[in-house]
Design a protein around this ligand. Structure first.
Ligand code: NAP
Length: 237
């Protein structure tokens, strides 16, 4: 199984880089997706053996097609690239911010997934892992047990992750007959550039990456169309 391949989008830093590092350690040939070649190359060099650069901006249709052309077979796709432009509530969020957030967090996932489906279908055990967020859980956002402060902040980001959760369910249903498992991960609060609130927090991105790799390595009788926290516990939609 040493010829297993994986692609992690947005893998030049943060949680994505840690996922790529762990998959390489598992023996995968890992495509480190990066929209900037220089930043991607630096991550590839840091990860070392098994890692290779794939220039990929998930909002660029031509670039996605060119990247997909370079990958013959794909065993694992991790849709990790994400943006969170602000913490504003919906009432203070312009359509431009909604659009920019959805371009990466929602439309980008659909575009990359669709482009790499032929390569995934050539795998005996294909797996798709969508890096979502617990803040996209509608159950965790509402009564009786809200997990987040009320006020509806980060509306563009949180609603984009709720849409990503919906896509996870629908892709899983559509691809079930092909044996392609599709699950979503809530990585928990991690100290990365995306999350200024976590600055100084102890949330190690590598710990979240372990949860993603668990879903990437699911056995054939494992779940699909489900939402899990980084520690493997189910998250309500
Ligand atoms: P990060 O360090 O900011 O990494 C985000 C990655 O996405 C970067 O590599 C970035 O590339 C890439 N990216 C952004 N837009 C892209 C595009 N259009 N095409 C390709 N790559 C793009 O943030 P992170 O915390 O590791 O986030 C990774 C995932 O975890 C995201 O989906 C995020 O929503 C999710 N998440 C994070 C937390 C947390 O607490 N950190 C919590 C819940 C969920 P550049 O370097 O080029 O910008």
């Amino acid at each position: 199984m040493n010829d297993r391949t994986a692609l992690v989008t947005g893998a030049n830093k943060g949680i994505g880089k840690e996922i790529a590092r762990l998959l390489a350690a598992e023996g995968f040939a890992v495509y480190v997706g990066s929209r900037d070649a220089g930043r991607g190359r630096a991550a590839v060099e840091e990860i070392g053996g098994g890692a290779r650069l794939l220039v990929l901006d998930v909002t660029d249709p031509d670039g996605i097609a060119a990247a997909a052309d370079q990958v013959e077979r794909l065993d694992v796709l991790v849709n990790n690239a994400g943006v969170s432009p602000s913490l504003a509530p919906a009432t203070e969020t312009g359509t431009d911010e909604f659009r920019r957030t959805y371009e990466t967090n929602v439309f980008g996932v659909a575009a990359v997934t669709n482009a790499f489906l032929p390569a995934l279908r050539r795998s005996p055990h294909p797996r798709i892992v969508n890096i979502s967020s617990g803040t996209g859980s509608l159950t965790w956002s509402t009564r009786p047990n809200p997990q987040f402060a009320p006020g509806g902040g980060a509306a563009a980001y949180r609603s984009s992750k709720a849409a990503l959760n919906a896509l996870t369910v629908l892709y899983a249903q559509t691809l079930a007959e092909d044996g392609i498992k599709v699950n979503a991960l809530a990585p928990g609060l991690r100290a990365t550039d995306l999350n200024p609130r976590a600055a100084g927090a102890s949330g190690d991105p590598a710990e979240a990456a372990e949860g993603a790799v668990r879903l990437a390595l699911l056995p054939d009788d494992g779940p699909t169309g489900a939402f899990f926290s980084w520690d493997g516990t189910p998250v309500p939609w």
